[in-house]
Design a protein around this ligand. Structure first.
Ligand SMILES: C[S@@+](CC[C@H](N)C(=O)[O-])C[C@H]1O[C@@H](n2cnc3c(N)ncnc32)[C@H](O)[C@@H]1O
Length: 247
């Protein structure tokens, strides 16, 4: 690697939900193509013009959805990460766990706040969740960000964390738990999070869809300072952030 490429290399936090992006992109292009064909065939027919307009507009909306989601993966989620990390009260000696770390977005953001602390990322590196998802890519990102010495990664299932009770000061998780469609799986992850956070420690979950469920889980367990913030539309579907402190 020459000096110029060394200076410009930056962590790549991956493209999220590649299957959905591909599907929406193909449907979008199909819609636009169909709209154009219908417009050409239907010259004056009212029904043809309506169908062509519906097809074109649907196609354009799907392509816009892909563009916004792509921007969310490349840029938007870094901003959200930086805001969240900046709001946490860091000492520098924390033990941090990022659940479903992927390419290391939250993991590395947290590690940058540590001095003597350590940041651990667990994941199963599923390809359907992030493009080119791979633990080596996560470690390479940590090195590029200058925090390789503070970061470890481990292949593990969020539903069965390989850590002792009360092991972490901060547990983070971004856009992970919603991928579990079975409510029992989501409840199991929340239970595992609650188990590994130290008393006085904090959980922060960034996600779509089920954030009210997470809020209820921690409120029912009498966690302190349970808060929900958002929405943010960086992946078009609203993203919310919840945080809570273990009593
Ligand atoms: C959309 S990606 C988000 C990655 C990262 N948190 C980010 O914000 O860039 C979801 C991640 O959750 C991981 N994941 C999904 N189910 C999991 C499970 N049961 N245990 C561990 N990781 C899981 C996937 O492999 C993937 O890396």
């Amino acid at each position: 690697m020459n000096n110029a490429s060394k200076q410009t290399a930056a962590p790549d936090y991956g493209i999220d939900f590649p299957k959905e992006l591909r599907r929406n992109g193909l449907y979008g292009l199909g819609g636009v193509a169909m709209g154009i064909v219908l417009a050409l065939l239907a010259a004056d027919g009212a029904l043809g013009i309506v169908l062509s307009t519906v097809s074109l507009v649907s196609g354009i909306l799907l392509i816009a959805n892909v563009a916004v989601s792509f921007w969310g993966s490349r840029s938007g989620k870094l901003r959200v990460r930086d805001q969240i990390i900046a709001q946490l009260p860091w000492r520098g000696d924390e033990q941090v766990l990022d659940i479903g770390c992927g390419h290391g977005l939250m993991l590395i953001g947290a590690a940058q706040r540590l001095t003597t602390g350590k940041a651990t990322g667990i994941d199963m590196w599923l390809q359907e969740s992030q493009w080119h998802n791979d633990s080596d890519a996560t470690l390479a990102n940590a090195s590029l960000a200058g925090v390789g010495d503070r970061v470890t990664v481990r292949r593990a299932d969020a539903r069965d964390l390989p850590y002792d009770n009360n092991a972490f000061d901060v547990v983070l998780s971004s856009w992970v738990i919603h991928t579990m469609t079975d409510p029992d799986d989501r409840a199991q992850v929340l239970k595992e999070i609650a188990r590994v956070v130290k008393p006085g420690g904090r959980v922060v979950i960034v996600d779509f869809d089920f954030v009210n469920e997470y809020v209820k889980h921690f409120r029912d367990k009498d966690w302190k300072d349970v808060q929900k913030a958002g929405p943010n539309l960086l992946f078009v579907t609203p993203t919310y952030t919840m945080s809570a402190v273990k009593p």
